[in-house]
Design a protein around this ligand. Structure first.
Ligand code: CO
Length: 253
């Protein structure tokens, strides 16, 4: 049996931001040293952009074709996506189409796939950003129209249940949004904010929608409301605590 591990990410085209993806991939590889590591991105737009720039990353279909062509018979696909949302469902249906090409093809779970994962992720954030008196932590998640979006308000609840009152979770494309975050912050009495992405990589959304200088970036909106804002431009894919959640999912399958 030739064994492969395919790490599948949404992807990023921001130079250097893929360090967080590589960091997760290395942790996954370490968790199952008997498998050869392959990489794919699910975002068609990013795959096309990277191909045009001469630094191509395969789509999941292309990677699975290559893995089959190289004679692997046992494949685990580990998504690095944060939620079991649209991208994950798309990946599962792609994998289903390849089932008859391998003796064994399994797809592991994304980062937050159970209540336990949610608590572990909240703990990872609190370990990384220990709560400080008078400072709030605002996390920018991605958000989606998919029901998996419920992970974001649930994550904020997980912080409250862990006793962390001043951590706020918003999303750039889902619910809650920055308006909901601002409304709560005004009541909190905190005037200083650490603003960080709750995303695998500090890519386009973190650089522009979160920390950009445009008037509609979260940094500008929060500064405009009178808060002192410190932006953290690091994806959670660089954190050891997050790696162990992914490695756990990989070992589950
Ligand atoms: Co987006």
């Amino acid at each position: 049996m030739r064994k492969a591990l395919l790490a599948v990410s949404f992807g990023t085209s921001v130079p250097g931001a893929d360090a967080a993806i590589i960091s997760v991939e290395n942790a996954l590889k370490e968790a199952c040293p008997d498998r050869d590591l392959f990489r794919a991105y699910t975002s068609r737009i990013i795959c096309r952009k990277l191909r045009d720039e001469g630094r191509p990353i395969p789509t999941p279909e292309e990677a699975l074709e290559q893995i089959a062509a190289e004679g692997y018979t046992d494949v685990i696909v580990q998504p690095t996506h944060l939620t079991p949302g649209k991208e994950y469902e798309k990946l599962c249906s792609i994998a289903t189409g390849f089932e008859d090409r391998f003796v064994s093809l399994r797809v592991a779970s994304p980062l937050i796939s159970s209540p336990e994962d949610l608590k572990d992720a909240a703990e990872a954030v609190l370990a990384h950003f220990p709560p400080q008196d008078g400072r709030a932590l605002v996390l920018m998640g991605h958000g989606t129209g998919h029901i998996a979006n419920m992970i974001y308000p649930a994550l904020q609840t997980a912080f409250r249940l862990a006793g962390a009152e001043e951590v706020y979770v918003g999303t750039v494309e889902g619910w809650p949004g920055i308006d909901d975050v601002v409304r709560q912050l005004k009541k909190s009495g905190c005037r200083e904010i650490d603003l960080a992405p709750f995303m695998l990589v500090a890519g386009d959304h973190a650089v522009n929608d979160m920390a950009g200088d445009d008037p509609d970036s979260w940094k500008s909106i929060l500064s405009g409301e009178g808060f002192t804002v410190r932006c953290v431009l690091e994806g959670i894919g660089s954190w050891d605590e997050i790696h162990s959640i992914y490695s756990g999912h990989l070992l589950e399958v």
